[in-house]
Design a protein around this ligand. Structure first.
Ligand code: ATP
Ligand code: MG
Length: 177
């Protein structure tokens, strides 16, 4: 179905204000792992809750899942530490990108680091444009800069016409974390 000539490593971006960016990226992982493809995830942001995906990832040999970020900035008492965590997450991402060990890499919430100026879209663009030819890279997070979406092969902008939080319904186990 997919001859060698058809193979192309894509750059995919899930952005926008709605829910579903990280879960869309995880959906791709599920599909790729079913194909026996080695996958990697770097999470640039660690929320205050343990997530189902982190727990599940520990049970899958073909998946390297790294939670590199700290909490949300508004929970932080040391912004310098947040910046260091973001830089470390980017270093880890670059090592994984050029390791030739992976078929798919997910850089989850990477745009959060752009927002705070811890990482520049220019440096990410430079690495993305030199990535191994067959490697697929998925980037998630709100407000993805044009510099990156211009280079991407796929951009999905998730809208938010409705969200349970707006009706006071809190995050649900298995749906949100
Ligand atoms: P998910 O991880 O569920 O796919 P996401 O990656 O699209 O969500 P993020 O911006 O990473 O969204 O935010 C993560 C958390 O914020 C999730 O628990 C999600 O339910 C919540 N969230 C996402 N979009 C909205 C929204 N429009 N209004 C309120 N809460 C939201
Ligand atoms: Mg997300």
């Amino acid at each position: 179905m997919n001859s060698t000539a058809d193979k192309k490593g894509l750059i995919l971006v899930f952005t926008g204000p709605g829910k579903g960016k990280t879960t869309a990226a995880l959906g791709i992982l599920f599909r790729a792992l079913g194909r026996g493809m080695k996958c990697g995830v770097v999470q640039f942001l660690k929320g205050k809750w343990e997530t189902g995906e982190r727990k599940f990832a520990k049970t899958i040999a073909e998946l390297d899942f790294h939670v590199m970020g700290l909490g949300f900035t508004w929970e932080s008492d040391d912004i310098d530490k947040d910046k260091k965590a973001a830089r470390l997450a980017w270093k880890k991402s670059c090592d994984m990108i050029f390791s030739e060990n992976y078929k798919i890499l997910i850089l989850d919430e990477i745009t959060y680091a752009f927002h705070y100026g811890w990482l520049t879209p220019e440096e990410v663009l430079e690495v993305l444009s030199k990535k191994p030819k067959d490697l697929h890279i998925v980037l998630t997070g709100r407000n993805c800069p044009n510099l990156i979406t211009d280079l991407a092969d796929l951009v999905t902008n998730v809208e938010s016409p409705k969200h349970p939080y707006k009706n006071g319904i809190p995050a649900q186990l298995g749906i949100d974390y």
